[in-house]
Ligand binder design. Sequence first.
Ligand SMILES: *Cc1c(COP(=O)(O)O)cnc(C)c1O
Length: 388
Amino acid sequence: MSTRKPATIAVRTGIESDTQHHAVVPPIYLSTNYGFPAFGEVPKYDYTRSGNPNRGLLETALYELESGTGAVVTNCGTSALNLWVSAFLGPDDLIIAPHDCYGGTYRLFNTRANKGDFKVRFVDQSDQTAFADALAQKPKLILLETPSNPLVRVVDIADVCAKAKQVGALVAVDNTFLTPIFQKPLELGADFVIHSTTKYINGHSDVIGGVVITKSEQHAEELAWWGNCIGATGTPFDSYMTLRGIRTLGARMKVHEESSKQILSFLQTQDLVGKIYHPSLPQHPGHEIAKKQQTGFGSMLSFEFAGSFEQLKFFVGQLELFSLAESLGGVESLICHPASMTHRAMGEAALAEAGVSQQLLRLSVGLEDAEDLVADLAQAFAKAKESF
Ligand SMILES: *Cc1c(COP(=O)(O)O)cnc(C)c1O
């Protein structure tokens, strides 16, 4: 395991590894197949679905960043989750997932459970009684997503992992929102880390990808076997691009975090801003746990717009530096209205239960200059006030 700091691992993995021309940056291997040196001699890579040098380097970077021992890079975050459940669940096995998990994760688990592939229970993991009740049913797998989307609820990873061990369950943490720069679930007792690398890991909103990272070598082998079996693995070009994105992960996360602080202080001064959701705020219910298990609070935040719904729509339309779009974690700042965008498939009742109101807006704070971002929000709030 590397003892180097994450930013160093992110920059250096695979640098100067080319033995043919001594290219400093590892070259891209698009070839689908590789020659056998001699009859019966199987090379390290033979066919790209099962292995490729670019995907291999990305896997190394990712498991070293998360202090794991192995990883399988997949073609998207959803297929990473699908790979994980395919490898470890049978028809009689139960998985516990958060009631407010990523919408695509909910759809995947629910649909496959309805087909009889496995059993699933969606539980409010911050509700101790509900969680203990679910644990009593002896789940095989537990998925955590902390902080959650869009209300950035925080779950105590070490506590859940300790309880899971007692019933023999394996725990995975979807670490998409914080990345290993701010949270290392394997060090807190988790068995797997899953990412949608589409978000902060690649960081430039131009590659869809995912990964399952393991603590044990045996799990890594099982997942690699399953990744090849069901064809879930990522392409060489996407792997190359994602490793290129990772080079700046340490630097990017610092600026994301710093700018979020400035935006949060500004939002707190605005009359058109109601409740703000971010784990850095002392009144946030997960603040103490976040301080304990995270080394940064992250740059995803939500707030209730305190004007009318018409005013909210007008405000969003006035913004010049926050694009109205789904996804998150890229260099560009985004604003999202979860009820009509990312979470629209949930229906009114489920939205209400998850606490996602029509007034809720979510920001993914990007890497533009923070003063410009604050000025942009300020002008849009001012216009929203004048015009109504
Ligand atoms: C985006 C996302 C996913 C799904 O990843 P894709 O790359 O879109 O398939 C899973 N979990 C979280 C937390 C996400 O934000």
